[in-house]
Write a protein that binds this ligand. Structure first.
Ligand SMILES: Cc1cc2nc3c(=O)[nH]c(=O)nc-3n(C[C@H](O)[C@H](O)[C@H](O)COP(=O)(O)OP(=O)(O)OC[C@H]3O[C@@H](n4cnc5c(N)ncnc54)[C@H](O)[C@@H]3O)c2cc1C
Length: 379
């Protein structure tokens, strides 16, 4: 049987793989994307679809998010992907949280952000009615797509408009320079990009182990339409000690200490609040963080209760729960892992749970590095 030939073969059809397919296609390369699942099923469709710029770690992660946001804004209308809403309302329930936001406003990352206090913040928040409110930061830059539909549409558009081939239901069992061996024969390609998400055992397990990559399990919920439209995604104090763009600021220490005293169970379960809204009005709400090489697949009702407790503190009411699910992503210190395990092969893993927000820019860096030109306008 004749071997298929491509300029570039990409293992993994999650957002990281798709971002590489886009960057490769834009560079004029003929790409194939290979995924063992018949349809997209990993972290990339289990997430909030929240393309978060505000609060990303200062430096390369923030710049990657900034650039990736622009790629989403450009690609979404072409691919028929609705932007469900834009921006972020970061609610500061405590005065220590307001101090973190004040410190954030003094950084370059606050460009385009506005900080309101007391009654002015309450008025802008509208139907979002926090029990306690010191202030709120409003950013207009962040985007939100519904990943369940956005990721399949992105893949379909890559085929229709960029001639990217998808081989689904095909596992890649081995990678060598210029060839991948799959469950359905071998594929030849000048360059191979391995974007395996949180599969840490199949391809280059030693490199992943050396980098200390493990897995993080998150719990998510979908709540019924609350009867109003959110102006943007909404987050709260717990997010200020999780997102490095805020958490790395010295002002965050006092907030951490107070949250430790008042919401120790939330912190112990890695719970913080993100709320985003779908076109049908339902709310995507999460999440929690538990780390293990193989996390159990079960959703804990205690953890869900902690997430909903924080939701109630910010929204007052809690609409009925329509769905619950868990997701996992690859996790390690640092934003991402980019390695060259052999000539012509790159291993690319976003290790910070920010793939929806940063993958487009990271892929431009990787593909640009391979063909030796700068793509996009990122890092
Ligand atoms: C619940 C949850 C919420 C999140 N919220 C956000 C958010 O709001 N914003 C944000 O920016 N990020 C968020 N993230 C993180 C983000 O979803 C991930 O960083 C991103 O989806 C990782 O993309 P990926 O392509 O690496 O992985 P995946 O989407 O898991 O895709 C990897 C693919 O590789 C395939 N694969 C692996 N090995 C092989 C092989 N050997 N052969 C064939 N196929 C293979 C798998 O089948 C899979 O389809 C969240 C994650 C979760 C779980």
């Amino acid at each position: 049987m004749a071997e298929d030939q491509y300029d570039i073969a990409i293992v993994g059809a999650g957002i990281v793989g798709l971002a590489h397919a886009l960057a490769a296609a834009r560079a004029g390369l003929r790409a194939v994307v290979i995924d063992r699942d018949a349809q997209v099923n990993g972290a990339s469709i289990r997430n909030f679809g929240f393309v978060t710029v505000t609060g990303q770690e200062n430096g390369a992660p923030w710049r990657r998010a900034r650039r990736s946001r622009d790629v989403w804004a450009e690609v979404a209308p072409q691919a028929g992907i609705p932007i469900e809403h834009t921006g972020l309302a970061m609610v500061a329930q405590r005065r220590e949280a307001l101090a973190v936001l004040e410190a954030f406003m003094a950084t370059d990352m606050a460009e385009g952000c506005e900080l309101l206090e007391g009654a002015a913040a309450r008025a802008r928040l509208g139907e979002v009615r926090p029990r306690d409110l010191a202030g709120a930061l409003f950013s207009g830059i962040d985007l939100r797509v519904e990943s369940r539909t956005a990721i399949p549409r992105l893949a379909a558009w890559l085929t229709e408009c960029h001639n990217v081939t998808f081989r689904r239901g095909v596992a890649v069992n081995a990678v060598e320079s210029a060839r991948v061996t799959t469950s359905a024969g071998s594929i030849a390609a000048g360059t191979i990009i391995v974007c395996p998400g949180d599969d840490l055992a199949t391809l280059f397990p030693d490199a992943l182990a050396r980098a200390g990559v493990t897995r993080c399990k998150l719990q998510m919920l979908r709540l019924a339409d609350p009867g109003f439209r959110l102006p943007s995604a909404v987050m709260s104090d717990l997010g200020l000690v999780r997102y490095r763009g805020y958490a790395a600021l010295p002002a965050a220490a006092a907030l951490s200490a107070r949250l430790e005293a008042e919401q120790g169970d939330h912190l112990a379960n890695g719970v913080h609040l993100i709320v985003a809204q779908n076109a049908d009005g339902s709310l995507i709400v999460g999440d929690s963080h538990h780390y293990a090489a193989t996390p159990d697949p079960f959703g804990s009702s205690e953890v869900d209760a902690l997430i909903l407790d924080e939701f109630a503190a910010v929204f007052g009411l809690v609409p009925p729960v329509l769905e619950r699910w868990t997701g996992t992503y690859a996790s390690a210190s640092g934003h991402s892992l980019v390695e060259t395990p052999m000539d012509g092969v790159r291993l690319v893993v976003v290790t910070s749970g920010t793939g929806a927000s940063t993958a487009f820019a990271l892929a431009e860096e990787v593909i640009g590095g391979i063909i030796n030109i700068q793509l996009g306008a990122s890092v």
